[in-house]
Design a protein around this ligand. Sequence first.
Ligand SMILES: [Zn+2]
Length: 578
Amino acid sequence: MKLHRLKQAAAAVTALLLISSATAQEKFQGDKVDLDALAAIKTEAYDHSQVMENLFWLADAYGPRVNNSKNHRLAAEWAMKQMKEWGLKNVHLEPWHFGYGWQIKHFYAAMESPVYASFTGFPLAWTPGTNGPITVEPIFVPIHDEADFAKYHGKLKGKAIMMFDPAPLGLHTRVDATPSPTDEEILARGGARGGGAPAGAPGAPGAAPAAGGRGGRAGGAAAAPGQERDASGRGRPGEGNWEFTPTSLALANAKNGELRNKLNTFLRDEGVTISITPGYNGDGGTIFGTYGGSENPSDPVPPPIVAIGAEQYNRLVRLTQHGLKPKVTFDVQVDYQKADQNAFNVIGEIPGTTKPEEVVMVGGHFDSWQGGTGATDDGTGSAVALEAVRILATLKKPMARTVRVALWGGEEEGVYGSTAYVQQHFAVRTTMVKTPEYDKLDVYFNDDGGAGRFRGVSAGGSPQMAAIFKSWIEPIKDQHIVSVSGGDTFRPTANPGGTDSTAFSWIGLNGIGFQQDGLEYGTRTHHSNADVYDRVPKADVTQGSFVEAWFAYNAATRADMLPRIPTPAADPNAKSHE
Ligand SMILES: [Zn+2]
């Protein structure tokens, strides 16, 4: 069939699909919303906002919140105290098995000779300290894959090693913060993007799922538009793990920890003193870094592994290559929390009036990585969820259904906390035997796309849901949330991954994510030492809190529960993290 005929046919099919989904959505009625309630929610959200105060405590006072660490527990104590002060009920921690907690206690790094230079940096998560200050003479031993282990066998004892190629750095030819698209631009391209991991990162909508389903730990997916690698080959800061140089791709492919364990066993058995890295991305003082070891007591413990600034790392490599034998002092102290290997989710509720057994949930993940204070990942999602329930609790408007806030643990390691929760409360995926709570869970609204304001919402493949959400955003379009996407094609969730809403959709429950403005999430803050309070625009999270409170209110007061996504079949091979 001639090409243009083919194109005509394809265009006709698309038009038909669009018409059918449009008519399908038209077929469904939206809701008649309560504009008085809307006005009250808006006033409380904008005139009496406490969202930045929430963020202050989570980030400045208790950040970072590496899962199951002391900080994480202190932050949870604060959140529970605050929830109770707002009048929430049934405020408690829900434990699930995890492993060791870990956090930084002290970090010092400086080059002593040939000249003095102080270094910025931090240790990678779940790696040990240096047992006091050590002064070392680093050697450059590029390790690109397992085959290189043999090359260095017996040569690394007592050595400080630099096993990564120098980081290829380029000029910053583009702005960090993606300019926020206009409402028209969003609608023109068929919906907002974002929500969950930044574009290009695993777990982001449309990105390839991360092998091993590790939330925050996976390697990169194809770069999204505007996120291509610049001339230096180095991805824009924030993309992917351990894959900033093509040659370490083999290492990067160790997404399920298997090669990480082999590498750590090798480094430990060879007697390496410390491994120095440039992080997995970043420059100009921003360092992206996450884990180096594991929370699992049975996994090998590597020697200390630190991430320093890329420019500092490259300088050390050049000094070494010129035979100038630089000397560097490191003093790394860390805190392993081994006493209680149960991590937790933080839960609180506004009990429903007439249908208290039916539940609407809002949330985000409470844990973070260690470089910054976990402000945008996911301090904002937690602060917004807390603010949404504060607004609703303050207004004391009767809501038929219970509104429950959940601050998940273990998202960065693999969406563990929410996965444990849905299986403890609703159904285990291996059997899909439903608990009595299963049919009473109406919807879970998730925020884990950085600090950006909400521009759209996904309808989880349901045209009816799309029509309902459209009627909810219609009266608030002036706040620039304009798009409802994914109302036509239902995509089942094979595995939880990328963010917590997937744990709900994985077992056939409504796990709904908001699409947010990208800001500088993928380029500056996602898993970096720049993930701090000052990178959060107040106006954006204030808007997010307003929208989330409004959505929760509508779901908790409408006559019927929201339409359900199809229930998946039992999957005997599904992993169950309980
Ligand atoms: Zn996150």
